[in-house]
Design a binder for this molecule. Structure first.
Ligand code: SF4
Length: 446
């Protein structure tokens, strides 16, 4: 049973030391009760109180971790219904569906894609997270062969699904030491396997009512790592239930449904484009894991970019570190460009500089992640802030000239910037659009 803010407050040190970032222990307790803070933010809470508060401070939707090492990922742990309220924290896992009825060549191709299909975007590597393996034939030997093959091929997440508890136990033994999940058998068998191996349980039922009953059993058995699968066969049911689950877990603190969900976009349609349209809607509306039929790069790129956008903190722009960035080994005569540290600005500008193959210095100034025009209008990318940055950046020790190129959108600050920089400096107005940079740089005479 969740504790109220006042009950939590009574267990806190009540010193109002502010180390948690809140002005009082009461304010922190209220946030904790609302699931908007984590107990670890208070460094002074006693271990006795910690135990009592564990239940209250647990996120309303449990966190599940799957996969190994660098490929490990977490799902669940969400505390808001709408992204703009705070942020969504753990991006939806994207798994490919394989079974012991899948053609061997298709298994090989998808495993290759699982390991090799990845994209770099604004400093993040975008890729799928693992494989969902189903014993579609009810055949232990061929299923274990598939599990062994996938486990040997990838460190990414594996969920094994068989109606046979015996087959699942053997699969669990084959995956021993990894963070995997089991699904398909009766809930009591799954709980027993989880207790023995520490694996995650997927509570699969015919509908939400069946799953909620299983969820209550998981809570009673103190299984903390679990996923719920209400066997959705169409998008409408999945979206409706996902929203209901999020509301029940967050607003009503119903622990029996406070788990990440799994949805099978691949089971809702046979059409490739429809499947990925569904997958994108499912990851936007609360599915913890989405299973797809293929890791075709043409579908994985837009899907993972969409996922990145949804799970990026809307209140904290993606930023680059302030400093000097180099392209094509620039020398003392190479042009110097200055822009802001909004990550998207950096990646668009840097891609165009790279494409030009002109050796170039790029000065990235900390404008709190604002783009050029926003930073200019907020007084962050203005002459009297830019000039000191340029002088302190160390660029003058790297180049033998005093010329600097500014974005065309802030042409109006060129005169003042030149004045602030001092004698000998020349401010050159660059292009308004990054796409015009290659031509500009190739024609640039310095
Ligand atoms: S850090 Fe702990 S003791 Fe200090 S104000 Fe926050 S809740 Fe209270």
């Amino acid at each position: 049973m969740a504790l109220s803010g006042i009950q939590i407050y009574k267990l806190l040190p009540q010193t109002n030391c502010k180390d948690c970032g809140d002005p009082t222990c009461l304010a922190f307790a209220m946030k904790l009760a609302a699931g908007k803070a984590e107990l670890s933010q208070c460094p002074h809470v006693s271990s006795e109180a910690k135990d009592k508060l564990a239940e209250a401070s647990a996120p309303p939707i449990r966190v599940v971790e799957l996969g190994e090492g660098a490929t490990a990922f977490k799902v669940g742990g969400e505390t808001v219904k709408y992204r703009h309220e705070k942020t969504f924290v753990n991006p939806t896992g994207l798994l490919v569906f394989l079974s012991n009825a899948t053609d061997a060549a298709k298994v090989d191709a998808e495993l290759k894609s699982l390991n090799e299909v990845k994209f770099e975007r604004v400093g993040y590597t975008l890729a799928a997270n693992g494989a969902y393996l189903r014993d579609a034939k009810g055949d232990k030997d061929s299923f274990l062969a598939l599990v062994g093959k996938v486990a040997a091929a990838t460190q990414k997440a594996i969920i094994v699904d068989s109606a046979s508890a015996d087959t699942l136990k053997a699969a669990a033994a084959a995956l021993k030491g990894r963070k995997f999940a089991v699904s398909g058998a009766g809930i009591d068998d799954l709980i027993a396997i989880s207790k023995e191996t520490g694996c995650t349980v997927v509570a699969k039922g015919a509908d939400m009512n069946a799953v909620a009953d299983m969820g209550a059993k998981l809570v009673a058995a103190d299984v903390k790592s679990a996923i719920i699968d209400p066997s959705w066969s169409n998008l409408r049911a999945a979206l409706t239930d996902n929203i209901a689950v999020r509301r029940a877990a967050l607003d009503k603190k119903q622990r029996e449904v406070g788990f990440p969900t799994i949805a099978f976009a691949c089971g809702m349609t046979d059409d490739f484009y429809t499947e990925f349209a569904y997958a994108n809607m499912l990851l936007a509306k609360y599915s913890g894991i989405v299973v797809v039929s293929t890791l075709d790069p043409a579908a994985i790129l837009p899907t993972t970019v969409n996922r990145l956008n949804i799970f990026t903190d809307p209140q904290r722009p993606m930023t680059m570190d302030q400093g000097i960035y180099t392209f094509s080994n620039p020398g003392p005569d190479s042009p110097v460009i200055i822009t802001t540290n909004f990550a998207l600005t950096y990646f668009v500008v840097s891609a165009e500089i790279e494409a030009s193959r002109v050796p170039t210095w790029l000065l990235i100034m900390d404008t709190e992640g604002m783009s050029v025009l926003t930073a200019w209008s907020a007084g962050k990318f203005v002459a009297d802030a830019m000039a000191p940055f340029v002088k302190k950046s160390g660029i003058t020790e790297k180049v033998g000239h005093k010329k600097i190129i500014i974005p065309g959108y802030v042409a109006q600050l060129s005169g003042e910037f030149q004045e602030e920089l001092g004698e000998g400096w020349q401010v050159i107005i660059g292009t308004r659009e990054a796409a015009d940079l290659p031509k500009f740089l190739k024609e640039y005479k310095g």
